[in-house]
Design a protein around this ligand. Structure first.
Ligand code: NAG
Ligand code: NAG
Ligand code: NAG
Length: 204
């Protein structure tokens, strides 16, 4: 009896460290990391965005908001899932680094690490069959920098998204502004999000 109770507490704890399970906890983590201010976004999530990084060996790493991931484990490309009642889509997923080249002097921020549309919710898995505007770029914070925040956001895709002219596959990924983009493409506020911290390789 006692053993089973302990075992289930233990497995709950494992789930808690492995992925986001509480929208409120994600919102708190975003606020604690000053992300809504730094990105000029209103972050009132109604769902969870699950981001998993496949690994060359072993199980994928599934993010929880604020997790630090070794740079070498971030090659991706990430697999996205949504937990919550957000409908079938389409959706846009964006990933930005507001800390480039350093959090203290982010003169190149934001770096656009991913921007893709036409994601559909298929039983929780976010599936897209069209190329992203910006395919996933592995985090590479420069030597000497503190860890950067890599922020993943899920938006409802507007009809205007297909007609936006701010960015395309050849547009510089530096000096991106997700709030300006969301406003230009009429995406509204993000439905969900999460983030990870990645520091330079120890030998970088
Ligand atoms: C980094 O990743 C590569 C390829 O996945 C692997 O071969 C290598 O052993 C890793 N290095 C470290 C220090 O984990
Ligand atoms: C891509 O966007 C850039 C501005 O970032 C623009 O100069 C260029 O004409 C666009 N290319 C296409 C094919 O639309
Ligand atoms: C991004 O765009 C918003 C307008 O949507 C603006 O208020 C903000 O200052 C911009 N941020 C940066 C870093 O330029």
């Amino acid at each position: 009896m006692h053993f089973f109770r302990l075992a289930s507490v233990f497995s709950l704890a494992l789930v808690a460290v492995a992925q986001d399970i509480s929208i409120r906890a994600v919102k708190r983590a975003f606020n604690a990391a000053n992300i809504p201010n730094d990105l000029d976004i209103v972050f009132r999530p109604t769902a969870l965005l699950e981001v998993s990084l496949p690994q060359a060996a072993g199980a994928p790493i599934t993010l929880h908001a604020g997790i630090q991931v070794p740079r070498n484990d971030t090659a991706g490309p990430p697999v996205f899932r949504v937990v919550g009642d957000v409908g079938h889509g389409p959706f846009v997923v964006a990933t930005v680094d507001p800390d480039a080249p350093t959090p203290q002097a982010p003169t190149e921020a934001q770096i656009r690490h991913f921007l893709g549309g036409n994601f559909f919710n298929e039983g929780g898995r976010l599936v897209n069959s069209t190329p992203a505007i910006s395919e996933f770029l592995q985090p590479t914070p420069p030597a000497g920098s503190d860890a950067h925040r890599y922020i993943f956001l899920l938006f409802d895709q507007s009809p205007q998204f297909a007609h936006q002219t701010l960015v395309n596959a050849t547009t510089s990924i530096a000096l991106f502004n997700i709030s300006q983009f969301a406003s230009a493409a009429d995406l509204g506020n993000p439905l969900a999000g999460t983030f990870m911290l990645v520091a330079p390789e120890p030998d970088a």
